[in-house]
Structure formats: structure tokens, C-alpha cells
Design a protein around this ligand. Structure first.
Ligand code: SF4
Ligand code: SF4
Length: 127
């Protein structure tokens, strides 16, 4: 199965791990409310979960890429990376069944407080 290696710098997310890794078992990339994306700013990581309280951290463990969940994920070298499903179907890297065909993706969102504040920087609008 095609699956990109995810590099993420959103350190406000409960799934973030030092080394710009995402320890979620699976992430979902969506368009923002506009329904279609012109630039990477219009995309978002819906799996973002703000690291506010300890309760939030515990709540995020259902989607954690640790222990028994590892079978659902990939380990590329030493990089832990989640399964990616993407609904941004006007991206050049998008393929049927919500697959992302990019080799790597970069998820970004400085001081993110909500999913809208995150972006898939690797988005490229289909011509
Ligand atoms: S913002 Fe998305 S890619 Fe980044 S750590 Fe959170 S769930 Fe993973
Ligand atoms: S590069 Fe494109 S297809 Fe891949 S996750 Fe980002 S927006 Fe989706």
C-alpha cells in the first residue's frame, strides 16, 4: 500500500513526538470548510488534538501508534509514521480510495489551537 512518511511540526498536538514525528495510528487530511483547496492553507489535519490538559492526552490514546496499534502503522527507519487517508481530491498527490501517493508529507501549523490551523504543506493543486 502507498503511504507517505509524515513529518509534522505541530508540537501543540497530543500526537506530536520529538523529531517531528506523529504517533497517531492514522491521520485524516481534509479540505477546510470551503470544500475545495486552492493552496495548502485550505487543507487541514483533522486528527489534530490540542494538548491542553492531561485528560486530553489520555483521550488521544485511542488513536496512538503504540503497543497493539503498531500493526496499523509503518516504521520507516526510525521515523514513526501514521497511515494517511486524504479527502483533498484536487491535490496532485491524491488517488482513488483517499490514498496519498506522495513519498513524504509535511504537516504544519504554528501555534495551532484547532484543526483549521494545521495544513498539509505538500498539497499541490491539480492543474
Ligand atoms: S497535527 Fe496531525 S500529523 Fe501532526 S501530530 Fe497531530 S495528528 Fe499527527
Ligand atoms: S499531499 Fe495532497 S493527497 Fe497527500 S495528504 Fe497532502 S493534500 Fe492529501
Amino acid at each position: 500500500m502507498t503511504n507517505p512518511v509524515v513529518k509534522c511540526t505541530v508540537d501543540q498536538c497530543t500526537h506530536y513526538m520529538p523529531g517531528d514525528q506523529c504517533m497517531a495510528a492514522k491521520i485524516s487530511i481534509y479540505n477546510e470548510e470551503t470544500g475545495t483547496s486552492d493552496t495548502s492553507k485550505d487543507t487541514q489535519c483533522k486528527s489534530f488534538h490540542h494538548r491542553k490538559t492531561m485528560g486530553d492526552m489520555l483521550g488521544a490514546f485511542h488513536n496512538a501508534n503504540i503497543g497493539g496499534s503498531l500493526s496499523a502503522a509503518f516504521i520507516e527507519g526510525t521515523q514513526i509514521t501514521p497511515v494517511v487517508e486524504c479527502f483533498v481530491n484536487n491535490c496532485n498527490h491524491w488517488n482513488d480510495n483517499n490514498v496519498c501517493t506522495a513519498t513524504n508529507i509535511d504537516v504544519f501549523g504554528e501555534n495551532a489551537g484547532k484543526t483549521d490551523d494545521t495544513d498539509c504543506k505538500t498539497f499541490e493543486k491539480k492543474k
